[in-house]
Write a protein that binds this ligand. Structure first.
Ligand code: NDP
Ligand code: GDR
Length: 361
C-alpha cells in the first residue's frame, strides 16, 4: 500500500455530521490531516457527533473546519472545492435511510445519485483530475435481491429500494469518471456498520436504545418490523479505516468491506436483552408475534407493520477478501463486542435521562 507522495494532506468530507463522518474525521486528524467537513444548515444544532473535534477557528491554524453546503447545490460544492482544493474527497453525504427512501424517492435520488455527479463534475470543472482522490460511499444495498452468497465485488447488483437504485447510479458514475477522465475515483461497497453513535432510527440503535429505556423504566415496548432480515454487521470505527486504505491504494478500484458473518434482526434483539440479563420468549406468528421478557412476564417486543418495506433485502453477507489481500484491511470488532458497546452507550444515556426524570416520548 503506497502512501500518497504529496505532503499536503487535506481531506474534504461530505456527510461529516453523520456516524461515519465523525469517526473518519477523528481518524484522519489522528494521521495529521487537515479535515474540512460539509454540514447542512439546520434550524437546530446537528453537529453533536463532531463537536468534540471543533476548535474555535479564531485561534488560528485549526485542523478541523466546517462549511455550510448541500449535495443538491452544485454552485456551493464547486466553490468549496475551489477554496479547499482537497487532496482526498470522501463522499459520505446521503439520505441514508432505506425505509425513508420509499417516502422521499426523488430527494433521495437528487442527493444520493446526482449529488455524486455534482462532485465528480466539480473535479473536472476545476481541472483537479490529477490533484484529488475521490471515495464514494457505496453500499451492500446494491446487491439487494440475493444473486450470490457471499456477496463480493463481482456479484451482480439488484437493488430493492429507491436508496439502492440511487446508490447504483453513484457507483457507476464513479467507475465511469475513473475510466473516462482518469480521475482517481474508488467505491467502497460497505456492508452495515454500527456504533454507539449510529442514527437512532436504524434497527441496531433503535433496539439498543429501546432495550436500555425498557431496563431503566423509561418505556415499555420495542416496536419493530421484519425480524427475519439478515445483515452483516460490523463496527463503523473499523470501516472508516478501510475507507482511508481504499484511497491509499496504488490504483483506484472498488472494494467490499464486510465481516463475513450474518445475523438476523431477531438475534440482535435477543443479544441486546441478554446484555441486561433478560431472556426473550417469542409467541405468536407474523404481525401478531410478541416477545415476552421471561423475568418480568411482560411483553417487551411487538410488531408494527408500518416498519415493513415494500421490497426487502433478505440476506446480506459479504466477502472482503479483496480488501484483506490488497489493502491489509480486516475488521477488529466482533458482533458480540459491537452489541455490548452499543448497549453500554445507551444504558449510560438512559440512566442519565431516568435520573433527570425524563419519560417516554
Ligand atoms: P448518516 O445518515 O449517519 O449520515 C449521513 C450524512 O449525510 C449526515 O451528515 C447528513 O447530514 C448528511 N446529508 C444528508 N443529506 C445531505 C445533503 N443533501 N447534503 C449534504 N449532506 C447531507 O450515514 P452514515 O454515516 O451511516 O453513512 C455514511 C455514508 O455511507 C452514507 O452515504 C450511507 O449511505 C453510506 N453507507 C452507510 C452504511 C452504514 O451501514 N452506515 C453502509 C454502506 C454505505 P445531517 O447530519 O444534517 O442529517
Ligand atoms: P439497512 O439498515 O436498511 O440495512 O440500511 P436498517 O437498520 O434500517 O434495517 C436493517 C434491517 O432491519 C429491518 N427492520 C427494521 N429497520 C428499521 N430501520 N426499523 C425497524 O423498526 C425495523 N424492523 C426491522 C429492516 O427491514 C432491514 O431489513 C443500512 C443503512 O445504513 C444504509 O445507508 C446502508 O447503505 C446499509 O445499511 C448497508
Amino acid at each position: 500500500m503506497a502512501v500518497q507522495d504529496s505532503k499536503r494532506r487535506v481531506a474534504l468530507i461530505t456527510g461529516v455530521t453523520g456516524q461515519d463522518g465523525a469517526y473518519l474525521s477523528e481518524y484522519l486528524l489522528g494521521l495529521g490531516y487537515t479535515v474540512h467537513g460539509i454540514k447542512r444548515r439546520s434550524s437546530s444544532f446537528n453537529t453533536a457527533r463532531v463537536d468534540h473535534l471543533y476548535e474555535d477557528r479564531h485561534a488560528g491554524n485549526v485542523p478541523f473546519l466546517l462549511h455550510y453546503g448541500d449535495m443538491t447545490d452544485s454552485t456551493n460544492l464547486i466553490r468549496l472545492m475551489q477554496q479547499i482544493r482537497p487532496t482526498e474527497i470522501y463522499n459520505l453525504a446521503a439520505q441514508s435511510h432505506v425505509g425513508v427512501s420509499f417516502e422521499s424517492p426523488e430527494y433521495t435520488a437528487n442527493a444520493d445519485a446526482i449529488g455524486v455527479l455534482r462532485l465528480l463534475e466539480a473535479i473536472r470543472i476545476l481541472g483537479m483530475e490529477k490533484e484529488t482522490r475521490f471515495y464514494q460511499a457505496s453500499t451492500s444495498e446494491l446487491y439487494g435481491l440475493v444473486q450470490e452468497i457471499p456477496q463480493k465485488e463481482t456479484t451482480p447488483f439488484y437493488p430493492r429500494s429507491p436508496y439502492g437504485v440511487a446508490k447504483l447510479y453513484g457507483y457507476w458514475i464513479t467507475v465511469n469518471y475513473r475510466e473516462a477522465y482518469g480521475i482517481y475515483a474508488s467505491n467502497g461497497i460497505l456492508f452495515n456498520h454500527e456504533s454507539p453513535i449510529r442514527g437512532e432510527t436504524f434497527v441496531t440503535r433503535k433496539i439498543t436504545r429501546s432495550v436500555a429505556r425498557i431496563e431503566t423504566g423509561l418505556e415499555d415496548t420495542l416496536y419493530l418490523g421484519n425480524l427475519e432480515a439478515k445483515r452483516d454487521w460490523g463496527h463503523a470505527k473499523d470501516y472508516v479505516e478501510g475507507m482511508y486504505r481504499i484511497l491509499q491504494a496504488d490504483a483506484p478500484d472498488d472494494f467490499v468491506l464486510a465481516t463475513g458473518e450474518t445475523r438476523s434482526v431477531r438475534e440482535f434483539v435477543e443479544l441486546a436483552f441478554a446484555e441486561v440479563g433478560r431472556t426473550i420468549a417469542w409467541q405468536g406468528k407474523g404481525v401478531e408475534e410478541t416477545g415476552i421478557d421471561k423475568k418480568s412476564g411482560k411483553t417487551v417486543v411487538r410488531i408494527d407493520p408500518t416498519y415493513f418495506r415494500p421490497t426487502e433485502v433478505d440476506l446480506l453477507i459479504g466477502d472482503a477478501s479483496k480488501a484483506r489481500d490488497k489493502l491489509g484491511w480486516k475488521p477488529k470488532t466482533t458482533f458480540t463486542q459491537l452489541v455490548k458497546e452499543m448497549m453500554a452507550g445507551d444504558l449510560a444515556i438512559a440512566r442519565r435521562e431516568a435520573a433527570n426524570g425524563k419519560h417516554s416520548v
